[in-house]
Each structure stands twice: as C-alpha cells, then as structure tokens.
Write a protein that binds this ligand. Structure first.
Ligand code: AR6
Length: 177
C-alpha cells in the first residue's frame, strides 16, 4: 500500500524553514541567480556555491527536469536539492509539463535517498521562467501525488509548497484544501 504524506501550503521565505530538505529553483549552471536561487545562496553562504561548482565540474550542467544535492551551509534546512525547471513557452507546453513534473519527482527521489522526512518546494519555474502559475500548481501537485502513489516505501512524511506571492498561495490552498 502506498504511504501517503501530508501536503501543506506555507506562505513565506523558503530559506527560513528548518526542514530536512529545501528545493532550489536553479538554472543549468548551478551558479546562482535571482529569485529563490539568489535568496538561498545569500542566506546559505558560500559553501553551497562551492559544492555546486564541484558538481558541475564533475558532471556538467544540470539539465532541466534533473536535480542534484548539496549541503545547506548556514541555512536551518538539512540539505538543498537544486533542480532546474523548464523555461515556459507556448510551443511544446505538454513537454514543459513533463519537465516540470520531473523536477518534483527527481527532487523527491533524492530526498528519499537521504531519508528526508520533510521537504519544502518553491513554485518552480513560476518566476523568471514564466510558467503559468495555475498550470504549474496542478503539475506540481499531480507529480508529488503520483510519486507518493507509486512508492511503497519512502521516508517522506510532509511535503510543503512554499508560496512567496498571494496568487500562488491562493491557488495551492484552493487545490489542496
Ligand atoms: N522563498 C520562496 N519562494 C521564493 C523566494 C523565496 N525566498 N523568492 C522567490 N520565490 P524564480 P524560476 C518564488 O524566479 O521561475 C533564477 O535566477 C517566486 O515568487 O526564483 O524557476 C535561477 O537562477 C516564484 O514563485 O525561479 C534561474 O535562472 C518562485 O519562487 C531562474 O531564476 C520561482 O521563481 C529560475 O526561474
């Protein structure tokens, strides 16, 4: 039987959360940027960037839909999972859905591999990358629900969707409550 986990919505800054893993909406270079990526590197300190550089040197850039793990530096979280969302465009919208869903699935794979119990996701691709918010919220919830359904044994007890803006908070609350 599939083990369910609690899905919850929190509005605020993901860098403040003392959870087992927070997810970063990164870009393929893993060298930081704006938005949540900038906030995580600023609050976490230089060790996260050093680990990211080492990962890219060893394996190359992180492709959209993939994810990698680093420590959390000075953040209260246990680890940071860096994933790269798709850049939205109308052409190949279905393909972008698959890539975005993969960000959530791969992140959960990595979190479960580290026995993480609580994982917090930002609204990946809905900032600079321009993914329509309502569409992204449905993809995110479908992906994590499907991941939980398919895994018989895993460590995940709580999945937190961290919404920075009111629109995303309202969307997730309407879809989850
Ligand atoms: N905590 C939680 N969510 C946040 C925070 C925060 N501190 N700051 C912003 N958000 P974005 P993307 C929300 O642009 O669209 C970077 O430059 C934000 O309101 O951070 O995946 C990377 O390096 C939005 O809802 O990520 C890439 O180049 C969500 O996080 C590119 O942006 C995602 O917005 C990735 O673009």
């Amino acid at each position: 039987m599939a083990l369910m986990a609690e899905l919850s919505v929190v509005q605020g800054d993901i860098t403040t959360l003392p959870v087992g893993a927070i997810v970063n909406a990164a870009n393929p270079s893993l060298l930081g940027g704006g938005g949540v990526d900038g906030a995580i590197h600023r609050a976490g300190g230089p060790s996260i960037l050093e680990e990211c550089r080492a990962i890219v040197a060893a394996r190359g850039p992180c492709e959209p839909g993939q994810a990698v793990v680093t420590g959390a530096g000075e953040l209260p979280a246990g680890i940071v999972i860096h994933t790269v969302g798709p850049i939205w465009s109308e052409d190949d919208a279905d393909g972008h859905d698959v890539t975005l869903g993969s960000c959530y699935r791969r992140s959960l794979d990595l979190a479960a591999a580290q026995e993480v119990r609580e994982i917090a996701f930002p609204n990946i691709s809905t900032g600079v990358y321009g993914f329509p918010r309502a569409r992204a919220a449905r993809v995110a919830i479908d992906a994590v629900t499907d991941w939980l359904d398919r895994r018989d044994r895993h460590s995940i007890e709580r999945i937190v969707f961290v919404c920075f803006d009111d629109e995303n908070r309202d969307l997730y609350e309407s879809l989850l409550l």
